[in-house]
Design a protein around this ligand. Structure first.
Ligand SMILES: [Zn+2]
Length: 240
């Protein structure tokens, strides 16, 4: 692994097209490679496929199975439905990080090369490394997630994240809704839930702080990476 690299990912989590487009606009303006884990069909898939900065993975939702509502099929069908929508996907991350040997085996069987189902936050003090799983999958733990970051008692800066163990794996994960809202607290997200599908009203919920929030974080991260000469790459490159 190259020391001076870091990786961006985003889980779409059923974001509205307006909210997703907001996130895509930013990545395109910055021309930063990002792997986008897809939850659902959207006309924006064509836009993502047309721009080489975007690579697409899958973000299957196993919650209906955990809630004994298997109306959308079993775990194999859940993966297959998304793999049909995104046949080029080489990586997967489960919604809610739902993980099991069964799931990893099925990822592999359906052509996935690597997964990012393991979250080792910066506050754990663990420096993540990619490793090979017995299924043959490449496991790619990540160490920052916008919503989990809201719950941290001590918030390490973007620079702290980039400075952690130079040989460590630095994968960041964002969500379109948190970028749009510039989420700095789970309360902001939870209380805006009713208008997530109403883009005009959602604007009233945006956190305007330039220092705190998911969008503030990613902007500062991009600047810091440039200054530290850290290159962005796609997590797919770690699977070969
Ligand atoms: Zn998710």
């Amino acid at each position: 692994m190259t020391a001076k690299k870091a990786y961006l990912t985003m889980d779409t989590d059923w974001a509205s097209d307006e909210v997703l487009a907001f996130a895509l606009d930013w990545f395109e303006a910055e021309a930063i490679p990002v792997t986008i884990f897809i939850t659902h069909d959207t006309p924006l898939l064509a836009r993502m496929r047309a721009n080489p900065i975007f690579r697409l993975g899958i973000h299957p939702n196993f919650y209906p199975l955990l809630n004994a509502k298997p109306d959308r099929g079993d775990y194999r069908e859940t993966i297959a439905a998304l793999k049909t929508l995104v046949p080029e996907a080489a990586v997967a991350r489960s919604h809610g990080l739902v993980d099991a040997g069964l799931i990893l085996n099925e990822f592999k069987a359906q052509g996935i090369k690597g997964d990012s189902n393991l979250f080792l936050p910066f506050s754990s003090g663990i420096s993540p490394k990619p490793f090979r799983h017995y299924t043959g999958l490449r496991r790619l733990p990540y160490f920052y997630e916008d919503d989990a970051y809201c719950l941290e008692a001590v918030k390490a800066s973007p620079e702290d994240h980039l400075r952690l163990d130079p040989s460590g794996l630095k994968i960041f994960n964002f969500h379109p809704i948190h970028l749009f809202l510039n989420t700095e607290s789970t309360a902001r997200y939870d209380s805006s839930r009713a208008v997530h599908g109403d883009f005009a009203k959602l604007s009233d919920w945006v956190n305007l702080s330039a220092d705190e929030g998911a969008f503030a974080f990613i902007k500062r991260l991009s600047t810091a990476a440039r200054e530290m000469k850290i290159e962005w790459d796609w997590i797919e490159t770690l699977c070969d």
